[in-house]
Design a protein around this ligand. Structure first.
Ligand SMILES: Cc1cc2nc3c(=O)[nH]c(=O)nc-3n(C[C@H](O)[C@H](O)[C@H](O)COP(=O)(O)OP(=O)(O)OC[C@H]3O[C@@H](n4cnc5c(N)ncnc54)[C@H](O)[C@@H]3O)c2cc1C
Length: 488
């Protein structure tokens, strides 16, 4: 008898629902499907779930290797945490504020703002960073008609809105560094509506950009604009996986979905055939009555199921390299730059300037991490790479990248940090994990949603359609699941 061909899948395994991608979006969707009583399988290509909410162990400390906090706007993440029984582990960062590194030195970032846009150009922290001239120009915002800079529908970029209303200093010294840090992109390439939903509507209502930012901030939950978990953001991933396992859910890691077909349209209920491949190249076949695709790979995978998807091109965003440094550096106990520093692109382009676009001082930001590290020991994380950037620091071998990160950290923290203080370092690369919310990406997403909507039993979710960040990803995945269940 001939041996079975590993390239040929065996008989199809039947599931009520299959979710492709075990990032937070996929896990949330799977958890909600399982909670409604459906036998649900998550298929994840990597060996671990969580996607961009990853973890690694450096010098004995378990650290977030990707996302490390979530925006509190909307309250969806905290609500999910409560449902999963980890609500009491949600923690606020230390109220130290963050800084921006400019060509002429460091200055504080506005504590109350949206993407670096201040609520009051004359606040002491804003004035220190943009200077009196910058504050005067930013105040012109109040005198301009509400439509100034905001006309043009979806096409209005964040960069042009801020430049026209508050002037170049607010843009260059505050907004550009923040946007590079959060979206790894340039504010001139980002649609305002994509990165600051509701801002243009609030501007029309309030009459000024500062007023609009104030009203958005007032509508957000009280306290800090971000939060995390005691133990790291990956606590949420563990809680999702545990909740799923306690219901009719299963996770299969190290298995990639390589093709999706829809079975005869007349089939009742509608069902999908999902072809998988494991790390050894062995093929598998799943049959699913409902299918959720929570990865941008959907564009290729669903071409045969949702034909209007053909020709859709997504903007995958930058490759980001993070360098985590664990340092024995008691001088950092004083948190010289609060919770961290963002750099202005002008600093990055200087001949001997800082190459990192952001630094997070983890042990100054999170009390749980400071306690885990112990006195005098610090965790500092630097990130490199923006969309369209040349390979730059990403191409460096480990030892050179660590040396660069140490140099950058010394400059950004205003504290000498040498190799003698380094306990351990680690490098993590994230590719295509921060889709750039450009106008063309938004248009592509609208086409994806329109292509998927007519197919019963099919849904897409994830940062690639919802926008970056858990505050967008979690409610979108839940809405997609509700819609999917409602359409059955
Ligand atoms: C470095 C970095 C820092 C960030 N910091 C923050 C932050 O502080 N706060 C915040 O809110 N957000 C942050 N974000 C963004 C946030 O992490 C993401 O928006 C969110 O985690 C995306 O979740 P997702 O499930 O949509 O996608 P992902 O996390 O990318 O998950 C998709 C999953 O699908 C899997 N997959 C892909 N193709 C297949 C296939 N064919 N078959 C099976 N599986 C497949 C992938 O392996 C992956 O695990 C950060 C992102 C990065 C990269």
């Amino acid at each position: 008898m001939a041996a079975p061909d590993p390239g040929q899948p065996g008989p199809a395994e039947h599931w009520d629902a299959v979710v492709v991608g075990g990032g937070v979006a996929g896990l949330v969707a799977a958890r909600d499907l399982a909670a409604s009583g459906l036998r649900t399988l998550v298929v994840e290509a990597r060996e671990v779930v969580g996607g961009a909410v990853g973890r690694h162990v450096v010098a004995g400390l378990t650290l977030d290797s990707g996302a490390e906090s979530f925006a509190t706007r909307g309250g969806a993440v905290a609500e999910l945490a409560l449902e999963l029984g980890v609500g009491e582990r949600v923690v606020r960062p230390e109220p130290r504020g963050a800084w921006v590194q400019l060509a002429h030195g460091a200055g504080p970032l506005p504590r109350a703002g949206v993407l670096g846009i201040p609520t009051d150009p004359w606040a002491a922290d804003v004035r220190q960073t943009v200077g009196t001239l910058g504050a005067v120009r930013a105040s012109v915002d109040r005198m301009l008609p509400a439509w100034w800079g905001a006309r043009g529908g979806d096409e209005v970029s964040l960069g042009s809105l801020v430049r026209r209303r508050m002037g170049p200093r607010v843009l260059e010294r505050l907004v550009r560094p923040v946007v590079a840090g959060v979206h790894a992109a340039d504010p001139d390439d980002l649609a305002v509506d994509a990165v600051a939903p509701g801002l243009r509507a609030a501007l029309a209502q309030q009459g000024s950009l500062a007023g609009a930012v104030r009203s958005l901030r007032a509508a957000a939950p009280a306290g800090s604009a971000v939060a995390g978990f005691d133990g790291g953001l990956h606590v949420l991933v563990d809680a999702l996986a545990a909740d799923l396992a306690g219901r009719a859910g299963q996770i299969r890691t190290g298995v990639r979905v390589v093709a999706v077909r829809q079975l005869a349209l007349a089939a009742e209920p509608p069902s999908f055939e999902v072809v998988t491949e494991d790390a050894e190249g062995a093929a598998g076949l799943l049959r699913a009555d409902r299918l959720v695709v929570a990865t941008p790979a959907a564009v290729g995978l669903l071409a045969g199921v949702a034909p209007q998807m053909a020709g859709v091109v997504l903007d995958p965003g930058a490759e980001v390299v993070l360098v985590a440094l664990v340092l024995d550096a008691p001088a950092l106990d004083a948190a010289p730059r609060g919770t961290g520093v963002l750099t202005s692109p002008a600093v990055q382009s200087q001949a001997r300037g800082v190459r990192a676009k952001a630094l997070t001082h983890g042990t100054a930001k999170w009390a749980w991490l400071a306690a885990a590290a112990g006195q005098g020991r610090h965790v500092v994380r630097l990130s490199y790479g923006v969309a369209g950037d040349d390979p730059g620091p990403r191409a460096l071998p480990d030892d050179e990248l660590t040396a660069l990160a140490l140099r950058d950290a010394s400059t950004l923290l205003g504290t000498r940090l040498g190799a003698d203080q380094l306990v351990a370092s680690a490098r993590v690369v994230w590719s295509q994990s921060l889709p750039r919310p450009s106008a063309s990406h938004r248009e592509a997403v609208a086409r994806v949603r329109a292509a998927v909507a007519p197919t019963p039993g099919l849904a897409v979710c994830g940062a690639w359609v919802a926008g970056n960040g858990l505050a967008s990803v979690v409610p979108d995945a839940r809405a997609a699941t509700r819609d999917l269940l409602g359409r059955q």
